[in-house]
Design a binder for this molecule. Structure first.
Ligand SMILES: [Zn+2]
Ligand SMILES: [Zn+2]
Length: 105
């Protein structure tokens, strides 16, 4: 069964997502998950929402981000949370929230 983020043990060994996980995450979000960004997900990096180690390589901790927004996420004044596989919340530098839903599950 696909991970819903609540299994006691989940994730794949290693930093690079296997092709099947990549396909799943790209199908879930057709574009970069930054609000209003239209970069197609197959041209994005798969970002570990919680950085790898302790963050895991699993569909509940991966989302496509284009280079530009991958860099932006690494700034400490932006925060990104994945509260459910594919459901993300950005907190902007001014403290506003932006919710990003999956295109489909
Ligand atoms: Zn998982
Ligand atoms: Zn982007």
């Amino acid at each position: 069964m696909a991970c819903q983020g609540d299994q006691p043990s989940h994730g794949r060994p290693g930093y690079r997502p296997p092709a099947q996980v990549r396909r799943e995450v790209e199908a879930r979000h057709e574009t970069c998950v930054f609000p209003t960004c239209n970069q197609p997900s197959h041209r994005c990096d798969l970002d570990h929402t919680v950085p790898w180690r302790p963050g895991i390589t699993c569909r509940c901790n991966l989302a496509p981000l284009c280079r530009r927004h991958h860099r932006l996420k690494q700034r400490h004044d932006w925060k990104l949370f994945q509260i459910w596989p594919g459901l993300l919340i950005w907190v902007t530098p001014s403290g506003a929230w932006r919710i990003v839903r999956p295109d489909r599950q």
